[in-house]
Design a protein around this ligand. Structure first.
Ligand code: F3S
Length: 417
């Protein structure tokens, strides 16, 4: 491939991977059969570029680092598309003009034509892309990377648009970082001194740990109640936001930590710390650092994209109520999950209440919020971390119930229990 025997595009891809691997000090490449990345026109800039120059030009320039436009063949390995920049079915609500949706649809057809699965979600593991233990992957999206490494025992680093695109074409990725056994061992020991229960609580725990360990590998003990998928999803997304955590262990819960000894292996513990009430409060205050005004214009749920279980929970909270006239409720999920929500009657419950169930994107990534929003409320620490900085608004963070209450009353009344 490097010498061009399989065409110009794969040659460019292999050249990129070799340069990338050399910069990282990787000893070799490793084969992968599961790649998640972005290749279409997910931002306004890329949409303009694609509309003017065509989508092979987008792939050449922004996935292969090539000013020369090469013809892109079908992908060589199972590849999935992550979240995009807008929801074509809710373009009007998101303030997106029809001509932009046209380009989006073209980009989507191009992506499907290359054989890439249009999952269009930051949580592919909730809609069927569930790598197995030890499987070498090449995934982008920090919240997904940490989930498949830690919870599923698969192996990936947080790839970029370029390396993921090149991996789709070649089925190779540099062998370094979390592909290697010893880099997956624990470095910091976190002892829980408090019950961690709600999804919001798990987000706060991740937020605190990420801040302390940065990009190392925390090992958590003292968990009294096994967290479910949404809790682990929010924990990981938060730890990857405040720090750069891509791997962790929960002793007795995650697959590479049957015991404390196994989690640390030959590593010396760099530091040990407790997480109790004071640390939880600290994380909560940090997650609410931008919030001041109690009037809430916008409630955003679904970061990372909601599972069907979370949509069902919201329905139980909002059924028979109405979103306040001065507020909006937008919930984000994967397309496949939305189909299920449609069939189960959940979408109707949400729309009857005045909310919207959206797909493909989210407020922070797509920069889509209702016009005039000044104060948002979210149940995701990750969203609370990014949304105010990206959109210049305030953001309250709390439980899902706090957020639904805010949507219905138009006011924030949440707080730490
Ligand atoms: Fe997903 Fe957006 Fe959160 S892409 S992880 S919902 S910031």
């Amino acid at each position: 491939m490097y010498e061009g025997a399989e065409g110009r595009a794969k040659q460019k891809a292999m050249d990129l991977l070799v340069r990338y691997g050399e910069a990282l000090g990787a000893e070799r490449l490793v084969a992968t059969k599961n790649v998640c990345g972005t290749i279409g026109a997910s931002t306004p800039f890329l949409r303009d570029f694609g509309a003017k120059n065509g989508f092979d030009a987008v792939f050449s320039e922004f996935n292969l680092d090539s000013a020369e436009v090469v013809e892109i063949p079908k992908m060589s390995v199972y590849s999935s598309h992550l979240q995009q920049g807008l929801d074509p079915e809710h373009a009007e609500e998101q303030g997106i003009p029809p001509e932009v949706v046209k380009v989006y649809r073209k980009g989507e057809a191009y992506t499907a034509g290359l054989g890439v699965q249009l999952l269009n979600t930051c949580a592919p593991y909730t809609v069927g892309n569930v790598p197995t233990r030890g499987e070498h992957c090449a995934w982008m999206e920090s919240s997904a990377v940490i989930y498949i490494n830690a919870v599923l025992g698969a192996r990936t680093n947080a790839e970029g648009r370029e390396s993921a695109g090149a991996a789709m074409l070649t089925g190779r990725i540099p062998y370094w970082g979390y592909h290697i056994d010893e880099n997956r061992l624990g470095t910091h020991h976190v002892e829980l001194d408090i019950d961690v229960e709600s999804t919001a609580d798990w987000g706060l725990l991740g937020y605190y740990i990420g801040e302390v360990v940065q990009d190392r590998v925390p090992v958590i003990t003292g968990i009294r109640q096994s967290p479910n998928l949404p809790r682990l999803k929010h924990f990981g997304a938060a730890a990857a936001s405040s720090g750069g955590v891509e791997m962790y262990h929960m002793v007795g819960i995650t697959p590479e930590a049957p015991s404390l000894e196994a989690a640390f292996g030959k590593n010396k513990i760099i530091s040990r710390f407790k997480y109790g009430k004071a640390e939880r409060r600290q994380a909560y205050e940090r997650a609410n650092v931008t919030a001041k005004d109690s009037q809430v214009d916008f409630v955003m749920l679904g970061c990372p994209h909601y599972t069907i279980e979370q949509i069902w929970e919201v329905c139980r909270l909002i059924e028979g109520k109405r979103v306040h006239e001065n507020s909006e409720l937008w919930i984000f999920t994967a397309r496949q999950t939305k189909h299920l929500a449609d069939q189960n009657g959940y979408t109707k419950i949400i729309t009857d209440a005045g909310g919207h169930l959206m797909t493909d994107t989210c407020s922070a990534l797509g920069r889509v919020i209702p016009k005039g929003t000044k104060v948002a409320a979210v149940d995701s620490v990750k969203q609370s971390h990014y949304l105010p900085a990206i959109m210049g608004i305030q953001s309250w963070f709390g439980t899902t119930a706090d957020c639904v209450n805010a949507a219905v009353s138009g006011r924030w009344t949440g707080g730490l229990s």
